[in-house]
Design a protein around this ligand. Structure first.
Ligand SMILES: Nc1ncnc2c1ncn2[C@@H]1O[C@H](COP(=O)(O)OP(=O)(O)OP(=O)(O)O)[C@@H](O)[C@H]1O
Length: 601
């Protein structure tokens, strides 16, 4: 079996499964309507035959032409109703299948390792399969249409076979170039969509900058509109160039296919003329054969187009199925043991980690530990690896070398979802969900959110919003409210506080908080998290000095560690950075000779 046929068969099976799983009753109705349509067509043929028999007086005792005519009329009427019902059912089924297909993609997207999101290839595939939701139903429609054209074609070919089997051979040969051209065109369109996916992603991104609320401010202040539209036009022009090249090839292929078909038909015509001239065929038979040829050729052209559609859609559905199968196989399923509910100590042991595709490791031979009841701080310059370490602690990436252990057990041996459920985190780039305030604090549970909001110091503020915790925090999706940067950060903190977990990771939790709120949070941090292990990433030395242990991360490695006093005594990077920041708050130095204000007037 050719590879193309194997793909189509595989996709026919997977599409049937998709249809059935997405909407079993609708699928059944569609099938029944197809059977009814076929039965109606057969009944119409029988009625026509009976009518002709009645009209030529060869009735065998039936009740005259009127009931037959009425029956035929009723059949024709009901067939047009059936057609409308079929369209209705197919539209609904298409929506169900697209929804089901999308749900599978979303499921995979939420389960894959975070590393996948660092790969442009993954984003390309994700985009392609998201766009392929309509393909299963189009595959089904094309398959039905090809089958019905082929069945009708076979019936007409039967007439030709009776007149001269060679004519059938000519007709079949004439469809081969069309089929080949169609298959090449289908592959061309599929390859084009693969090649253009990066371009599509970039265009979508540029468009989102030009239309998004987040970017609207900068686009206006920095006057980015014309630069962005130029970029959009360039990307569109690149797309057009690629599209034109493929369309040109497809047109040439269709032309060659058409010439092949014309030659096949001409050969059939030549055969007819020769047979008539040789007296092997009556003029009446030759006329019937010409009529059949005239009928069968457009039928087969239509069938070839449908077959090409079947093939094109099968390539997209196959791609989609491979994505679901491949990505689902990534090691993220609930394998491994569940993490213990309690925690005594998390240790990072000689961990080295390089982001996918990065040239240098983001972390090199990093070791640290945090115990229950301890607050451990990570400090260091921008880009030194603090957030990366936080992400590894959250089990979002796996170390290349070394291990992270939860009470001695390597995280690699634990079920990742179960492990993540044992920790809570506030990321530096936390998400501002355009949902209600309550949902921003706890989307996945119904547990009371007020206590967490109180801890984050945001309860009073939220309670004063127009609809309190039910206020939607969006001006884009509803007539809700937007918050200030600090208010958003407190909401994100409340989200972290809402989960009762033994490991707490806070990455720059106070960057946008006012001085009072920051001070308040840090003085309460220990009370909030007695009995928890807290890892705190911060650039604010005034807050990290209280930590039980401070790790200084520089260039992906831990260069110093200890308590504030020890690190100050060491007088290296920490002490230098601490003094630098403290100097910013020191009173300005007086130029020499300036009198000191007495303050007594
Ligand atoms: N997804 C990624 N893919 C590739 N490289 C990355 C990725 N995320 C971060 N990096 C790189 O890893 C290094 C460490 O980044 P990280 O975000 O951990 O720094 P950081 O210490 O938290 O910095 P900051 O203080 O600015 O938040 C940087 O060089 C950064 O460019």
């Amino acid at each position: 079996m050719s590879r193309k046929a194997a793909t189509v068969l595989r996709v026919a099976r997977s599409t049937t499964r998709l249809l059935w799983r997405s909407a079993p009753r609708l699928t059944l109705f569609v099938l029944l309507s197809q059977v009814a349509a076929a039965a109606g067509a057969a009944a119409a043929l029988l009625l026509v035959r009976a009518l002709i028999a009645t009209l030529v007086g060869d009735t065998g005792g039936s009740g005259g032409p009127l009931p037959l005519l009425l029956g035929l009329g009723a059949l024709l009427g009901s067939s047009s109703v059936l057609l409308a019902v079929q369209r209705h059912l197919m539209t609904l089924l298409g929506e169900h299948v697209a929804m089901y297909a999308m749900e599978r993609v979303l499921d995979v997207a939420c389960r894959v390792e975070l590393a996948a999101f660092d790969s442009p290839e993954f984003h390309g595939r994700l985009r392609r399969v998201q766009d392929a939701g309509h393909r299963p139903i189009e595959f089904t429609e094309a398959l039905l249409s090809a089958t019905s054209s082929l069945l009708t074609g076979v019936a007409v070919l039967g007439t030709l076979w009776v007149i001269d089997p060679l004519l059938v051979v000519c007709v079949l040969l004439s469809t081969v170039p069309l089929l080949l051209a169609g298959a090449a065109a289908s592959r061309g369109m599929f390859t084009l969509s693969v090649d253009l996916v990066r371009n599509d992603l970039r265009r979508t991104y540029v468009r989102s900058l030009m239309t998004g609320r987040e970017s609207a401010k900068e686009v206006r202040v920095f006057g980015l509109a014309s630069a962005l539209s130029a970029r959009h036009r360039t990307l569109f022009a690149e797309r057009l160039v690629a599209l034109r090249a493929v369309l040109r090839r497809i047109t040439w292929l269709s032309l060659l296919g058409g010439v092949g078909t014309a030659l096949g038909v001409a050969l059939g015509g030549g055969l007819l003329v020769r047979s008539v001239a040789a007296g092997e065929l009556t003029v009446a038979s030759a006329a019937t054969a010409v009529a059949a040829l005239m009928q069968v050729v457009p039928l087969l052209v239509g069938a070839s187009q449908s077959v090409a559609q079947v093939y094109e859609n099968s390539l997209f559905v196959d791609d989609y199925e491979r994505f679901c199968a491949d990505e689902a196989r990534l090691p993220v399923a609930a394998e491994g043991r569940p993490a213990p509910a309690s925690l005594d100590r998390v240790t990072v042991e000689h961990v080295t980690f390089t982001y996918p595709g990065a040239a240098v490791p983001a972390l090199r031979d990093v070791s640290l530990s945090v115990r229950r009841g301890e607050v451990v701080a990570l400090v260091g310059p921008n880009g030194s690896g603090k957030t990366t370490l936080a992400k590894l602690l959250c089990g979002l990436y796996r170390p290349d070398l070394g291990a992270i252990r939860w009470d001695g057990t390597d995280l690699a041996e634990l079920d990742p979802d179960g492990y993540r459920a044992r920790l809570t985190v506030m990321f530096q780039d936390f998400i501002r969900y355009q949902f209600t305030a309550a949902e921003n604090i706890a989307l996945s549970t119904q547990r009371s959110v007020a206590e967490a909001a109180r801890r984050a110091g945001v309860h009073d503020f939220v309670a004063r919003l127009p609809a309190g915790y039910e206020t939607v925090l969006s001006r884009e999706l509803s007539d809700g409210v937007d918050l200030s940067g600090g208010q958003w950060q407190r909401i994100a903190l409340a989200r972290a506080f809402h989960r009762d977990a033994p490991l707490v990771v806070l990455d720059e939790p106070t960057a946008a908080l006012d001085a009072e709120a920051e001070h308040d949070l840090f003085t309460r941090l220990r009370d909030l998290y007695t009995d928890r292990a807290v890892v705190l990433v911060s650039h604010r030395f005034s807050t990290v000095r209280e930590a039980d242990r401070i790790y200084v991360v520089e260039g992906g490695t831990v260069t110093e560690s200890g308590e504030h006093r020890d690190l100050m005594a060491l007088d290296r990077t920490y002490a230098r950075m601490f003094r630098l920041q403290a100097a910013g708050y020191a009173p300005p130095l007086r130029p020499a000779g300036t009198p000191v204000a007495s303050g007594r007037g």
